[in-house]
Write a protein that binds this ligand. Structure first.
Ligand code: C2E
Ligand code: MG
Ligand code: MG
Ligand code: MG
Length: 293
């Protein structure tokens, strides 16, 4: 809360700004050595089929445990990594780690890895995917690469060549956060995606009477079916949302209703024993106070 009047208030905001700029600088500096210092981990979140009610894959989500600041959100450190090109090393590491983790899991479980636009555009990208597959020995179709529409900002020959190369390798491609960017349907024509991930922005308020989100999700599902792609809804937290996703024909569910991303040891154990908890555990209805955050 801002205390005092004019000048005091200015000082207050100014020191807070200074602190956040300082923190940003510290994070950037410390991120350079975070991999070497063993502060970076991959956690995995289950993706559950609405037809079989079983876990069909997991998404790798990067975690940074900073010695001073504790857990730093990827929403904070991934943008820093992207601005500083540290994303290349982090992204290559994530590909290798996720593939080698997947090698220890049952053979039908897929692993999804997020790839930033800068990593996708980097000259070494296809080689790093090839290497991660070769070193781990997983079959290519178990690896799913998640890309956002922002990769098309620099739409050039590299983009096209990368898609062709990835298809030749046999890995799967998912279009992440669908509906948050420009959502040009031209992207879907050009790029051979196997999956559309419906952004959690469409899930918030989806069960509120009068919401337009169910109609939008229906349209996305029908578009996906026509183009031979599957759909995953992200951010499902409540039972009424899960029921609605089934009704709308969404193929897969990812969300806290099943599980948040969990450490690899827990995930490996659950998958090995076939005991991954897939009972939905969320509240019956999405609560208003959760919807507004
Ligand atoms: P994303 O790829 O869209 O990942 C899904 C995000 O939604 C994750 O956030 C996940 O924890 C969160 N989530 C899943 N279920 C629910 C739910 O029911 N409710 C809510 N509120 N959230 C849910 P997270 O782990 O914080 O990651 C944020 C973003 O950071 C990711 O969004 C992705 O864009 C980026 N990111 C994470 N790991 C990597 C990585 O290894 N490489 C790259 N390039 N980006 C990554
Ligand atoms: Mg993702
Ligand atoms: Mg994303
Ligand atoms: Mg997403």
């Amino acid at each position: 809360a801002a205390k005092g009047g004019g000048r005091g208030q200015f000082r207050f905001y100014s020191s807070e700004l200074h602190e956040s700029a300082e923190k940003r600088r510290r994070l950037e500096e410390d991120l350079r050595d975070a991999l070497i210092n063993d502060q970076i981990r991959l956690n995995y979140q289950p993706i559950v089929s609405t037809t079989t009610d079983t876990v069909i894959g997991v998404e790798a989500l990067m975690r940074w445990n900073h010695p001073e600041f504790g857990d730093v959100s990827p929403a904070v450190f991934i943008p820093i990594a992207e601005e500083t090109s540290l994303i290349i090393a982090l992204g290559e590491w994530a590909l290798r780690q996720a593939c080698s983790d997947a090698m220890t899991w049952p053979g039908n479980i897929r692993v999804a890895v997020n790839v930033s636009p800068a990593q996708f555009a980097h000259a070494n990208f296809i080689a790093s995917v090839t290497q991660a597959l070769a070193q781990s020995g997983i079959t290519p179709e178990r690896l799913e690469i998640e890309l956002t529409e922002s990769i098309f900002v620099n739409d050039d020959e590299t983009t096209e060549q990368n898609f062709a190369a990835l298809k030749r390798l046999g890995v799967r491609l998912a279009l992440d956060d669908f509906g948050t960017g420009y959502s040009s349907l031209g992207y879907l024509k050009k790029a051979p995606f196997d999956k559309i991930k419906i952004d959690k922005g469409f899930i918030r308020d989806v069960t509120v009477p009068g919401s337009r989100n169910p109609a939008i999700i229906t349209a996305i599902v029908s578009l996906a079916k026509a183009l031979d792609m599957v759909t995953t809804a992200e951010g499902i937290e409540a039972r009424d949302e899960l029921a609605l996703m089934r009704e709308l024909g969404v193929d897969q569910i990812q969300g806290y209703i099943y599980s948040p991303a969990r450490p690899v040891a827990e995930v490996s154990e659950a998958l090995a024993s076939g005991a991954w908890v897939i009972e939905p555990k969320g509240p019956a209805k999405q609560r208003a106070e959760r919807r507004t955050v």
